[in-house]
Design a protein around this ligand. Structure first.
Ligand SMILES: C[S@@+](CC[C@H](N)C(=O)[O-])C[C@H]1O[C@@H](n2cnc3c(N)ncnc32)[C@H](O)[C@@H]1O
Length: 290
């Protein structure tokens, strides 16, 4: 049983909520244009985490069979409860438990940078049918602007973060988070090197701006609360990573400060006082054919 990622790197609910916003049906056409997999019957997602992309694929391609896989048992348990119409299973991307030429499409989102490239591309190549499509979604540098009521860190937050920072950096290295990250030019080159042809790249901008008039109140709150969750998770991780630097009392104090800031942001939204804070994620969609 492997729960390293969900225990030490990213919280299950937080990851699910942030991805559900990014794989919302609002962006369906943009993803489908970049994917070009209409009519494909068997789709495998690797490193699916809590399963938000697999869940969306099941809605967007109702005639296809979708299988979501990840090596983290807690993510797979969560995803199976969340989307019972999709089959989820535990599987390591470096040794996929499938025969050669089993799938029409293999897809992943923000997984490549954590897995050794010859295994990452090699295993997908092996399990794809001839003519099958490999889709690698990769987060690129986006835009993140916080509302004034959130951005200014209190002295207390800053002083604790300075003490925690070295432990945080060490923990990222220990779990190989981002160890194999590649640039926008290295990624397509690597895909070609591992045997894929007709390699192409697309970039999708997902604009999460609570004050955008197209968003309902519920959607705007969900965007603000996704950041609240991330911030709360981050300080909980500080306590796990550096328990001597962050006492239980300090953790409660930090969480209170964070909640007050996000409560204020929600109040401003509800009062119609626009802040125009925004989070624009840029996703690279790399596509290659076996
Ligand atoms: C940044 S998360 C992305 C999760 C999911 N794709 C999403 O966008 O919500 C990276 C995921 O890769 C998974 N992962 C890392 N190394 C893996 C491996 N060797 N085999 C399978 N999954 C792996 C982690 O468990 C985690 O779920």
């Amino acid at each position: 049983m492997n729960t390293i990622w969900s225990d030490y790197v990213q919280n299950i609910d937080t990851l699910y909520c942030s991805r559900a916003l990014r794989f919302s049906d609002r962006y369906r056409e943009a993803y489908q244009r970049a994917f070009q997999i209409d009519g494909k019957k068997k789709i495998l997602e690797i490193g699916c985490g809590p399963g938000a992309l697999s869940e969306s694929l099941a809605r967007w391609y109702p005639d296809a069979e979708i299988i979501g896989s990840d090596r983290d048992s807690s993510f797979i348990a969560f995803a199976s409860r969340q989307a019972p119409n999709v089959r989820f299973l535990e599987a390591d991307a470096t040794a996929l438990p499938f025969a050669e030429e089993s799938f029409d499409v293999v897809v992943s989102n923000t997984v490549q940078e954590h897995v050794e490239p010859s295994k990452f591309f090699g295993e997908q190549y092996r399990v794809l049918k001839k003519g099958g499509v490999c889709l690698v979604l990769s987060a690129r540098r986006g835009i993140s602007i916080e509302a004034d009521c959130i951005s200014a860190p209190s002295e207390r937050e800053e002083s604790i973060w300075e003490r925690v920072k070295p432990f945080y950096l060490e923990s990222g290295q220990k779990y190989e988070v981002g160890r194999y990250a590649m640039s926008e030019s290295e990624l397509p080159s690597a895909m070609e090197r591992y045997g894929f042809s007709h390699v192409s790249t697309n970039y999708l901008a997902i604009n999460l701006t609570p004050d955008h008039p197209e968003n309902s109140r519920e959607e705007a709150h969900a965007m603000i609360d996704a950041h609240r969750r991330s911030a709360l998770d981050a300080v909980s991780a500080w306590r796990r990573i550096a328990p001597k630097e962050v006492s239980e009392e300090a953790l409660l104090e930090l969480k209170k400060i964070i909640c007050q800031k996000y409560d204020k942001r929600i109040q401003l939204y509800d009062a119609g006082e626009k802040q125009w804070d925004t989070s624009v994620s840029l996703t690279m969609v790399l596509r290659g054919i076996k």
